[in-house]
Design a protein around this ligand. Structure first.
Ligand SMILES: Nc1ncnc2c1ncn2[C@@H]1O[C@H](COP(=O)(O)OP(=O)(O)OP(=O)(O)O)[C@@H](O)[C@H]1O
Ligand SMILES: [Mg+2]
Length: 521
C-alpha cells in the first residue's frame, strides 16, 4: 500500500524542468527519499502560501526555498521579522540533527553554504541599506492605510495628491505633504481648496494632525530621497546566483501597518518597473511576504481588491509572491485563490478559534487520502503538508513532507559581520545619505516668504508647525459627494488611464518613477 503511494507521489513530483527540492515524502511515519517533493521554478510566479503555527518551521522553509532559488539564479526578497534570516549570509553549522535530517530526506548531500545577501533596513532602522520611498510614489492609498484614515479621509488625501501632482508640487517627504495641506487650509489657499471640490477644511485638518502624529513617531526616516530603486532587488552576482535581499525589521511590531504597506509598495513598484514577460522558465524574482496578516487586518474592501489585483497582475511580470502567515484564514479569499503552491506546517487546535481555523485550512486543500485535520495537528517541526502546481498547471497530490535542512546558518548572523558587510556594500553606500532637493515644502515656503512683510518675526515660523492645523471640527464631506465631484472623477480617470500629462497613478495610487537604469553590479 505505502509503496503504491510512494511511487505515485514520486511520479507526480518528478518534474522535468528545474525545481526547488523541498524534502521527502513521509509515509508510515518515515521519510522516503525516493519520493522527492519539489516545486517547479516555472510555477513560482503562480504564487504560494507558507503557513503554520509559531515555531513549526516556516522560516526555515523560506530559507530552504530562497537558497535554491538563489543558486538557480533567481533573486529573492525576504523580510527578516525575527532577525533569524540574516544567517543566510553565512554557511550553516553541521550538527547531528542537520546531518540526520539531511540523510533522511535524501536528495543532494548536505553541505554548508552561505548565500549572496544584501541587507536592507526599513527607514535605516537596523543594519542594512536604507529603504525609503518618496511620498509621491508611495501614493495616497498606501499612506492612508499607514495613517489609519477612514474612507472619507482617504479620498480627501487622494485629492491632496491630485492637487500636488497637477500643480508641480513634488511630494518627496512628509514635510512636503504637510506643506501642501497647510497651504490648502490657509486663507491664501482657500480658492484652490474650493476648486478641488470634495476636500473639506475640517478633513484636511484631521489628515494634517495624523501626519504630525506620524512624524512624531519618527516616520520621517521612511520617506524621502534617495528612494529605493527596486532594480536593486533584481540583481544576480557575477557567477550567476540570485542576490538574496534581506530586509531587517527590528521593532516592526511597533509599526505593523507601516511595514506591511511598505512591502506592498515594493510590489506595486516592481509591477510598474518590470516588463511583461508572460510565463517564464524561472521567475525574475520571488518575493516572500512575511506576517502577511498585518497587511489584511482591518483593511478596506478596496484595499484588499488592490492587493488581489497586484498579485494577479504581477504574475505576468515574472514575479512570484509567497505569503507567509499562520493560517490560510489570514488571507482574503480572492488572494488565497491565486496561491497555487502551498506549504502548510502544523497548526494548533487548543481553542475553538483554532479549531475553526483548522477546519478552514483543511477546506482549502485539494481532496486527498489524508485525514488532514488529524495530520495538520500532529505534523512534526520542519514537516508540512504540500501541494504545488505541476509544470502543466495542475495541483499535485497532497503530500506529507519532511523539509530539507537549510545549508546556511539557521540563526542570526554575527552582528559585527553583518555591520561590516553593510559597510562595504556599494548598494548601502548609495542610500546612506538622505537628500533634500527643492520640492513642495521649499517651493511653498519660498512663495510664502516672498509674500510675507519683512517685519515678520522668524519665531513665528518655528512655532507654525504646531499651530497651523485646522481646528478639529466635525467632518462634513460625504463619500458620495467626493466621488461625485468633477475633480475626483478626473483624478480617478487619470489614475486609471495608461498615460496622462500629470503623474499617472495606478495600483494603490502609487506612481511609477522616471529614473536612470543602473548596470548590474
Ligand atoms: N527544515 C528544517 N531543517 C532543520 N531544522 C528545522 C527545519 N524547520 C524547522 N526546524 C527547527 O525548528 C525550529 C523552528 O523553526 P522556524 O524558526 O522555521 O519556525 P517558524 O514557524 O518560523 O516560527 P515563528 O512563527 O516563531 O517564526 C528551528 O529553529 C529549527 O531548529
Ligand atoms: Mg519564523
Amino acid at each position: 500500500m505505502a509503496d503504491d503511494v510512494v511511487a505515485t507521489v514520486a511520479q507526480a513530483y518528478g518534474f522535468t524542468g528545474p525545481a526547488v527540492d523541498l524534502g521527502a515524502l513521509v509515509a508510515d511515519g518515515t521519510a522516503h527519499p525516493e519520493a522527492q517533493i519539489r516545486l517547479p521554478l516555472a510555477m513560482m510566479n503562480r504564487h504560494g502560501l507558507v503557513a503554520g503555527a509559531t515555531g513549526t518551521g516556516k522560516t526555515k522553509t523560506l530559507q530552504v526555498m530562497a537558497e535554491q532559488l538563489s543558486a538557480a539564479g533567481v533573486p529573492v526578497f525576504l523580510a527578516d521579522i525575527k532577525g533569524d534570516l540574516s544567517g543566510m549570509a553565512t554557511a550553516g553549522e553541521p550538527s547531528d540533527r542537520v546531518t540526520a535530517r539531511a540523510a533522511s530526506v535524501g536528495g543532494d548531500a548536505w553541505s554548508p553554504a552561505g548565500m549572496p545577501v544584501e541587507f536592507y533596513a526599513l527607514g535605516g532602522k537596523g543594519t542594512g541599506a536604507v529603504v525609503r520611498a518618496k511620498i509621491t510614489s508611495f501614493g495616497p492609498v498606501l499612506l492612508s492605510k499607514v495613517l489609519g484614515l477612514n474612507e472619507v479621509q482617504s479620498s480627501s488625501l487622494g485629492l491632496v495628491f491630485h492637487y500636488a501632482d497637477s500643480n508641480g508640487l513634488e511630494l518627496d517627504d512628509l514635510k512636503d505633504l504637510r506643506a501642501v495641506i497647510t497651504y490648502l487650509t490657509s486663507d491664501e489657499g482657500s480658492a484652490d481648496l474650493e476648486a478641488l471640490g470634495g476636500l473639506s477644511k475640517a478633513t484636511a485638518g484631521v489628515i494634517l494632525r495624523e501626519l504630525i502624529g506620524f512624524e512624531d513617531q519618527g516616520a520621517e526616516a521612511f520617506f524621502g530621497e534617495p528612494e529605493l530603486d527596486t532594480a536593486d532587488l533584481l540583481r544576480t552576482t557575477p557567477d550567476g546566483s540570485g542576490v538574496v535581499s534581506v530586509m531587517e525589521l527590528p521593532g516592526v511590531q511597533e509599526q505593523p501597518r507601516l511595514f506591511s504597506t511598505f512591502l506592498m509598495w515594493l510590489l506595486a513598484d516592481l509591477f510598474h518597473e518590470l516588463p511583461e514577460v508572460g510565463d517564464v522558465e524561472k521567475p525574475k524574482l520571488v518575493f516572500f511576504f512575511d506576517e502577511a496578516h498585518l497587511l489584511f487586518d482591518d483593511a478596506a474592501k478596496e484595499f484588499l481588491d488592490s492587493v488581489a489585483q497586484t498579485v494577479r497582475l504581477i504574475r505576468s511580470k515574472g514575479v512570484g509572491v509567497f505569503f507567509v502567515t499562520q493560517t490560510p484564514k489570514d488571507v482574503p479569499r480572492d488572494v488565497l485563490a491565486q496561491l497555487g503552491n502551498r506549504v502548510q506546517h502544523a497548526l494548533r487546535a487548543y481553542t475553538p478559534e483554532d479549531a475553526k481555523a483548522l477546519k478552514a485550512t483543511v477546506s482549502t486543500f485539494p481532496k486527498s487520502a489524508y485525514d488532514l485535520e488529524e495530520l495538520l495537528t500532529t505534523l512534526g517541526i520542519g514537516e508540512a503538508v504540500v501541494t504545488v502546481l505541476s509544470e502543466s498547471g495542475a495541483p499535485t497530490p497532497v503530500a506529507w513532507t519532511r523539509l530539507r535542512p537549510p545549508r546556511s546558518l539557521m540563526a542570526q548572523l554575527d552582528p559585527a559581520q553583518q555591520a561590516s558587510m553593510v559597510a562595504s556594500s556599494p548598494v548601502a553606500r548609495r542610500y546612506a545619505q538622505p537628500v533634500d532637493d527643492a520640492s513642495a515644502y521649499e517651493r511653498l515656503r519660498a512663495r510664502e516668504q516672498a509674500l510675507q512683510p519683512p517685519s515678520q518675526p522668524p519665531a513665528k515660523q518655528a512655532a507654525e508647525r504646531r499651530t497651523e492645523s485646522a481646528p478639529p471640527a466635525p467632518e462634513r464631506g460625504t463619500v458620495a459627494g467626493i466621488f461625485a465631484s468633477p475633480v475626483f472623477r478626473s483624478f480617478a480617470r487619470s489614475a486609471a488611464s495608461a498615460a496622462g500629462r500629470e503623474i499617472t497613478r495606478s495600483l494603490f495610487g502609487t506612481a511609477p518613477r522616471r529614473r536612470r537604469r543602473r548596470g548590474i553590479f
